[in-house]
Design a protein around this ligand. Structure first.
Ligand code: SAM
Length: 275
């Protein structure tokens, strides 16, 4: 791996970080190395990087892989990267990752990013919705957010997004990162995560859109009983029997249910609605 200079980077002179774009640059070399090691890159692979910023991770990924495709929203940073990595194996796109056209990338590949916290949810959703293009998503997120993704049923922080993420991928929280590893330092702790895309879902579901709707509605109205919150999808007269068949008491709250139970509810509901 190339040695990194400790001099200020002349490609990004007098750069003022933009809060709007969640610009907290990872300057801690030990954390950068831990991230690179955790990603287990190989020389044959191409990697997609979200928000390379001033290239802290890009600089370390490039020598380990065949190529990096990076998407950076900030024009000044994108231009700095282009200057620094001219004639290298970096392909840079200036633009919003949320609007990025995945037909431009070969697949399936790894995605890596030290994500702007305020768009962690839409970024993960976009990657999971296009999971045939990816093997894994490696990312830095706010610790509290990362804990939500790996929360188990019964935990207060277990949510519909936890279910969505665990249905389409296997999330692991790899290590925590202190605020001081970034500049400017964010207000909260971070963590580094790995989400491996699932080739097959962890539970068998007859109707996926219905399954996802059951989860969404059950959590949207957490205080209501399942009998009330799911009545938008299935008449109450049938719903009582559906829940009984799925072995779920009507007064159960959404956060107590694992993916298996949501699958059973939606599968029984599908039969009741079609029958
Ligand atoms: N990867 C760099 C690092 O580790 O130091 C920068 C990380 S900083 C937390 C997030 C980066 O994502 C910034 O460079 C920011 O400009 C960029 N960014 C923010 N929103 C973006 C978006 N929607 N699409 C692509 N890049 C974005």
């Amino acid at each position: 791996m190339k040695k990194l200079s400790k001099e200020p980077n002349k490609n990004y002179p007098a750069f003022v970080a933009e809060k709007r774009l969640g610009q907290n640059f990872l300057h801690d070399r030990k954390v950068q190395t831990r991230i690179i090691e955790a990603c287990q890159f190989s020389p044959e692979e191409t990697v997609l990087e979200i928000g390379p910023g001033q290239g802290a991770l890009t600089r370390q990924i490039l020598p380990c892989v065949k190529g990096v495709i990076a998407v950076e929203a900030d024009r000044q940073l994108a231009e700095g990267l282009e200057r620094e990595f001219l004639d290298s194996n970096l392909t840079l796109h200036h633009g919003d990752f949320l609007k990025f056209d995945f037909s431009k990338i070969p697949g399936p590949i790894k995605v890596v990013g030290n994500l702007p916290y305020y768009i962690s949810t839409p970024i993960i959703s976009k990657v999971l919705e296009n999971r045939e293009k990816f093997t894994s998503l490696f990312m830095t997120v706010q610790l509290e957010f990362g804990e939500r993704l790996v929360a188990k049923p019964g935990n207060k922080i277990y949510s519909s997004f936890t279910c969505f993420v665990n249905y389409f991928s296997e999330p692991k929280l790899l290590f925590t990162i202190s605020k001081n590893a970034f500049s400017p330092a964010p207000k909260v702790m971070s963590c580094f995560m790995r989400l491996d895309m699932r080739k097959t879902p962890p539970v068998s579901v007859k109707d996926e859109p219905l399954f996802l709707q059951v989860i969404r509605l059950a959590f949207q109205q957490r205080r209501k009983t399942l009998l009330n919150s799911l009545s938008q999808l299935c008449p109450k007269a049938k719903l009582g029997a559906v829940l009984a068949q799925a072995g779920v008491p009507e007064r159960t709250r959404a956060e107590e249910l694992g993916l298996e139970k949501f699958a059973m509810i939606s599968n029984c509901m599908k039969v009741a609605l079609d029958g």
